[in-house]
Design a protein around this ligand. Structure first.
Ligand SMILES: Nc1ncnc2c1ncn2[C@@H]1O[C@H](COP(=O)(O)OP(=O)(O)OP(=O)(O)O)[C@@H](O)[C@H]1O
Ligand SMILES: [Mg+2]
Length: 299
């Protein structure tokens, strides 16, 4: 297939210069971010956004500078989970200022651009133009990354929607991710889809940090007995052979549900035992990156 850049003078469109300028801006912006980590699954509703927020909060609690990019353009949930969905966006000479949530976490999401929260995003252009939705979405993603004044960050966590296409867009835009965290739940069907995602991530050359198994079980509020709401498919080692070790198991806990409804508070997930769960996951993330467990990161 021919591209504009293959045509001498790009057919007079000027598109090559425009795209180059945008990509240069994106690279400059991302040059100030030490680690870009995607959270994905391939399966919907398994807790990707919840895990993103919880991991990000724990990193920020440990003194790291953290941002979250909500790459779920059509079903964004990070602003609500971070309790900043009413934040107003401002712009200045550096770009769009990302609102900050608990622990100073910087957030960018299409949700922050919506005039009415109950309305879906509408990608339609004028009826006289014809564009591939996927191209429009990839462009929107690029703008969310490149036009946001992220400043210096230790970590940018990227919350992905279930569709693998967005992961492809992301890797094409960023060139290199520093790590991918994959979320699953203990069901055969989720794990069947997650295997495909793991293989897709590997094929795209992104390094896999590991798999988080969410909603592993829950303690009865009355007797404390451990229950398993899903199948007990024994995920812990099932992806190890693919090079995707288990880096944590998160129980079903109503306080996580409350967090996603009311927004992350200044005390994190409000559940001390969950603090330990995410602390352990992040130790594995930091070990994967070869970094110390807290404070500033020098590269
Ligand atoms: N460990 C948990 N305990 C209790 N509730 C949870 C847990 N993990 C996620 N949830 C709840 O499950 C619902 C789905 O979680 P979430 O939105 O994070 O999933 P998702 O994978 O990001 O979904 P989507 O595919 O739509 O992006 C939310 O209401 C969330 O609060
Ligand atoms: Mg989500």
């Amino acid at each position: 297939m021919k591209h504009y850049k293959d045509i001498a003078g790009d057919g007079g469109s000027g598109i090559v210069a425009q795209v180059t300028e945008k990509l240069t801006a994106l690279n400059e912006r991302m040059g100030n971010v030490k680690y870009k980590i995607a959270v994905m699954s391939g399966k919907g509703g398994v807790g990707k956004s919840t895990i993103t927020v919880s991991i990000a909060a724990n990193m920020a609690q440990n003194g790291f500078k953290v941002g979250i990019l909500d790459a779920d353009l059509n079903g964004p949930s990070i602003p609500k989970m971070m309790g900043i969905e009413n934040a107003c966006l401002t712009t200045d000479h550096e770009g769009v200022r990302p609102p900050t949530g608990a622990f100073g976490i910087k957030i960018m999401s299409t949700e922050l651009f919506m005039a009415a929260r109950e309305r879906p995003i509408n990608w339609d252009g004028p009826s006289s133009t014809y564009s591939w939705i996927s191209v429009i979405e990839a462009t929107a993603l690029r703008e969310l990354i490149a036009d946001t004044a992220w400043g210096e960050l230790d970590f940018l966590f990227i919350d992905l929607p279930p569709v693998l296409a967005r992961f492809r867009d992301l890797t094409q835009l960023l060139g290199k991710l520093d790590g991918v965290i994959i979320v699953t739940i203990p069901t055969g069907i989720a794990n069947q889809i997650v295997v495909k995602s793991i293989n897709a991530v590997k094929e795209m050359g992104a390094p896999i940090i590991g798999v988080v198994e969410n909603m592993k079980g829950f303690a009865c509020v009355h007797c404390g007995k451990e229950n398993r709401p899903y199948e007990d498919v024994g995920m812990a080692d099932s992806f190890e052979w693919l090079g995707a070790p288990c880096i944590g198991q998160v129980p079903f806990d109503k306080r996580l549900l409350e967090m996603s409804n009311a927004g992350l508070s200044g005390t994190g997930t409000n559940a001390p035992h969950l603090h330990g769960v995410f602390e352990d996951i992040n130790k594995k993330v930091l070990a994967f990156l070869g970094k110390p467990a807290s404070g500033q990161i020098d590269q």
